[in-house]
Design a protein around this ligand. Structure first.
Ligand SMILES: [Zn+2]
Length: 451
């Protein structure tokens, strides 16, 4: 057997990943235990009021105090490294709750991506991790990779071989036979295989279970139809929850969304209301149930054609320079339609009370790593205020990734993952891209790979 497919009673006994304790080797780089960061303004990531002339006191990797500059004082006699950003805004490091670290962002399909050997994909994941960190994203939730590639990357980071954001990992997504992303290594059938697959992944060190609850772009899958039945989905969710982990499900059909709600999924990804024949028909009652259950939705607006670097922009650029062939124009028109339908569903879900969490889906398909801010801009152009978009890409994204006890807000006791930008992103979201400095675990990141 090739090692590519999951079978219950599997002979693949992967050792558990994540056994390596993070060394955060940079912790010893700076002589001082305390750091004091002063800034012109501070945005805490939870929607609290902007603090003018603010300061953060960090002890090693943890925030010890946050507030007005005059109120935040290091202990008497302590040696303190000081950082001054008088004209800048300080925020929590960004949390991208949907990435694919092994992707290339060059338009290749997942079917093509999966043909690359694990060693190449792991190196690509290392490059992407670095690019995303340097762009201001200090935490990612990876929603599906081939075999153990991302788990090995995290071990490499913990060993000090590579650098990257904090990683919440799913490892291989759970798919039905031939289902979306099934080429990444797990195909499960029936309740027992589903439970066994969850146990196997958790043994290997994953933090959550990614499920493809409908088909998707995968050649052998059906994007407008559910994949697992509700019993299988329930078994996956129950098993994950009983072991203290959460689930996130890719859903591009209304029935798939309904099944995911019934099964107890924690995050619904894409949440596209497709009928089996591909028509989009928004179902308010489904949106209400998502809201009632407190399930997060990650709408992946850039993947739906919004924002810089997406396929819409590429075709618009070509139209301006060389003009478009009739089939390209038709494809662009289709994308405009899809985008408008996406905005309508996004607005309606928010009106129903659904919490939208930002995740870029990069570097899937055409989506380049290091441009998470464009996803936040897309949220603003679809109706969020800049402050709401910041929450969706910090504290709410962290909550949906079950890592909000550590990151996502500038609060006492949280890890000192901090983003410094020029300008005021609460009035102009584009200021989030004017990255000045990034701190991770209290250490200034040496940024080399600017997108
Ligand atoms: Zn994805």
């Amino acid at each position: 057997m090739t090692g590519m497919q999951f079978r219950s009673g599997s002979e693949h006994i992967y050792p558990q990943s994540g056994l390596l304790t993070p060394s955060w080797r940079n912790m010893t780089d700076s002589a001082n235990r305390f750091k004091l960061i002063r800034s012109g303004a501070l945005v805490d990531g939870t929607g609290g009021p902007v603090i003018e002339r603010a300061a953060i006191l960090i002890e090693n990797d943890v925030i010890r105090a946050v507030g007005a500059e005059r109120e935040v004082r290091p202990p008497d006699g302590a040696d303190v490294s000081e950082f001054d950003y008088p004209g800048q805004t300080v925020l929590p490091g960004l949390v991208d709750c949907h990435v694919h670290l092994i992707g290339f962002g060059d338009g290749r399909s997942g079917d093509e991506l999966a043909l690359l050997p694990d060693e190449i994909l792991t190196l690509q994941a290392a490059r992407n991790a670095r690019v995303h960190l340097d762009s201001g994203v200090t935490t990612v939730r990876d929603c599906g990779a081939k075999n153990r590639t991302t788990l090995m990357l995290r071990d490499a980071v913990n060993l000090g071989i590579a650098t990257g954001p904090r990683m919440v990992l799913s490892g291989r997504p759970l798919a039905i036979i031939g289902g979306h992303l099934s080429y990444f290594g797990v195909q499960a059938t029936g309740v027992d295989e589903c439970r066994a697959a969850v146990r196997q992944l958790l043994k290997e060190g994953v933090d959550f279970i990614k499920i493809t609850a409908t088909g998707g772009s995968t050649r052998t899958s059906f994007p407008f139809l559910p994949s697992f039945n509700v019993e299988e989905l329930k078994a996956i969710c129950d098993e994950a929850h009983s072991l203290g982990k959460h689930t996130a499900a890719h859903c591009t059909s209304s029935q798939g969304i309904a099944n995911a709600i019934d099964a107890g999924v924690d995050t619904i990804i894409h949440a596209i209301f497709n009928e089996p024949d591909g028509r989009r028909v928004f179902k308010p009652e489904i949106a209400e149930r998502i809201a009632e259950r407190g399930i997060y939705v990650n709408p992946t607006l850039m993947a739906a054609g919004f924002g810089a670097g997406g396929r819409v922009e590429l075709l618009e650029e070509k139209r301006a320079s060389d003009g478009l062939a009739p089939d390209e124009q038709a494809s662009l028109d289709r994308m405009y339609r899809t985008r408008d339908e996406g905005i309508a569903e996004y607005v309606a879900m928010r009106e129903a009370g659904v919490t939208m969490v930002s995740g870029s889906d990069s570097a899937w398909s055409h989506l380049k790593m290091g441009r998470f801010q464009a996803e936040l801009e897309a949220n603003v152009s679809s109706g969020m205020t800049p402050s709401e978009a910041i929450i969706s890409g910090t504290s709410d994204a962290a909550k949906s990734s079950w890592i909000d006890d550590q990151v996502g807000s500038l609060q006492v006791g949280k890890k000192a993952d901090i983003l410094v930008v020029d300008g005021n992103p609460t009035t102009d979201i584009r200021a989030l891209s004017n990255v000045v400095d990034v701190f991770q675990n209290g250490n200034l990141v040496e940024r080399h790979n600017l997108p």
